[in-house]
Design a protein around this ligand. Structure first.
Ligand code: EPZ
Length: 425
């Protein structure tokens, strides 16, 4: 298993280009199941999760063609589901990646049936899909859970309905939205997630002919249409990759320009970074982060659905706060088990105490390098940030998590002065 070795202590300086958002691409790819025409996605990041979703779609008979690698527009993915032959998402693929459940809504809407393995729990929580299923049932789907699979079908077409989510769910909103585009009549989705990835999905669906109002708000109104056409759509920049490098700059007291991204995607984070004393400014085609002034102060954070502070930035924020002056409280309100990075940060000298869903972090002048273990994607990158800021050598084990969501992380950091390398085997 690959490991990453870092010699910390050097401030990051330079420019990093941000790629397309993993979590947007993962919901845009199943959109191809809603049409028999070609869906072309540009600005596709080169990530393990994207390859897994490609593999799942191919398994169903979708023609998946990747081209334009390293072009100015990023990688381009052509998806053509006109020859679909299978509506099953098998256990072996779903267990690798929970986002596989996003094929459920589009398969039901256009093909009237779907058999999708139930995703199990994962390192950050139990992560049920009950709200996805209730939303699809409201649209007329008949759903049975058998032998570890979600067996879903519909007599005729899905029917527009009122869908009220009792809790904000990104994936649930995505499944309901995709399904509603081809349902008969009007669907109103209340308490919809407002993440930029949802707006990106809705914009893409609209370009295919879907009738959607309320994009970017908590109420999405969808008037079902008979069919959707092809589209060429650029994946929104990755706000979590943006935030991750912004916090790496801050933790090393460096200065980075992040291009191919935008301030509007990361307002809650920018706000907290400024409160902590980090300079964040808009730059041409992106952001400038400057922490060379030295002092970073402790600032409390509570994770919330968008536009609140993202749960996907909580671990990275904790790495920064471990180097801040003063204490702060970090509260995780989305997932019940998303503090797996705490014992690893503690091995690097961080002073963190967990009380239920909150962690008190007392910043230290310097962390020290250590052997640590990655437990999930964002925990892995939090350890990279801590390693870059720490004195001495850090070796991160189980870095395959990192490859699920960060493209060429070592290359990007090396060009900004980091000493970081991958150790194979
Ligand atoms: C998406 O997961 C992201 N994944 C996650 O990114 C992200 O952390 C999360 O949204 C929250 O922003 C993708 O987009 C592929 P949810 P998702 O449904 O859709 C509960 C990363 O590191 N819930 O918004 O699975 C759930 O357990 C990842 O890139 C139910 O109870 O998240 C959680 O507590 C990890 N029943 C809360 O809602 C349901 O049916 C929010 O989950 C669905 C969710």
């Amino acid at each position: 298993m690959d490991r990453i070795r870092i010699i910390g202590g050097a401030p990051l300086k330079g420019t990093i280009r941000i790629g397309g958002a993993k979590n947007a691409a993962l919901t845009l790819m199943p959109v191809c199941l809603l049409t028999d025409q070609v869906v072309t996605l540009t600005n596709i990041p080169d990530l393990a999760d994207i390859r897994t979703m490609g593999g799942l779609l191919e398994h169903m008979g979708v023609h998946v063609h990747l081209n334009g690698a390293d072009s100015a527009e990023g990688r381009i993915l052509d998806l053509n589901a006109s020859g679909l032959r299978d509506t099953t998402a098998p256990y072996d693929l779903v267990r690798k990646m929970r986002a596989s459940v996003l094929v459920l809504g589009p398969l039901l809407a256009r093909h009237g049936q779907a058999r999708v393995s139930l995703p199990g729990g994962c390192a950050i929580g139990t992560r049920p899909v009950d709200l996805h299923l209730k939303a699809l049932e409201a649209l007329g789907a008949i759903i049975e859970l058998k032998e570890g699979y979600i067996d879903a079908r519909v007599e005729g077409r899905l029917k527009g309905a009122q869908v009220n989510f009792p809790k904000v769910t990104v994936g649930g909103t995505e499944n309901a939205l995709m399904a509603a585009t081809l349902a008969e009549g009007r669907t109103i989705i209340e308490n919809a997630a407002r993440e930029p990835e949802i707006s990106d999905l809705a914009t893409c669906l609209r370009a295919m002919g879907a009738q959607i109002e309320g994009i970017g708000t908590g109420t999405l109104t969808v008037d079902g249409v008979d069919s959707l056409g092809g589209v060429t759509h650029a994946v929104v920049p990755d706000r979590i990759e943006t935030g991750t490098y912004a916090l790496a700059a801050a933790a090393t007291r460096g200065r980075l320009t992040l291009t191919g991204t935008g301030m509007d995607l990361t307002e809650a984070l920018v706000d907290h970074m400024r409160q902590a004393g980090v300079v964040v400014e808009e730059a041409t085609d992106g952001l400038l982060i400057d922490a060379t002034g030295g002092e970073v102060r402790g600032v409390d954070v509570m994770t919330e659905p968008f536009p609140g502070f993202p749960t996907d930035m909580q671990a990275q924020w904790m790495a920064l706060m471990s180097t801040a002056s003063g204490a702060c409280m970090i509260t995780e309100s989305i997932f019940e088990n998303r503090f797996m990075h705490v014992p690893e940060l503690s091995r690097m000298g961080a002073d963190i105490n967990i009380h239920g869903g909150s962690a008190i972090v007392r910043g230290k002048a310097r962390l020290s390098g250590a052997q640590v273990m990655a437990t999930d994607l964002r925990a892995s990158v939090c350890l990279v940030i801590a390693g870059l800021a720490a004195e001495g050598e850090t070796v991160i084990n189980r870095v395959y998590h990192l490859d699920r969501g960060y493209e060429r992380v070592e290359d990007k950091l090396v060009t900004c002065g980091a000493t970081i390398e991958r150790l194979s085997g």
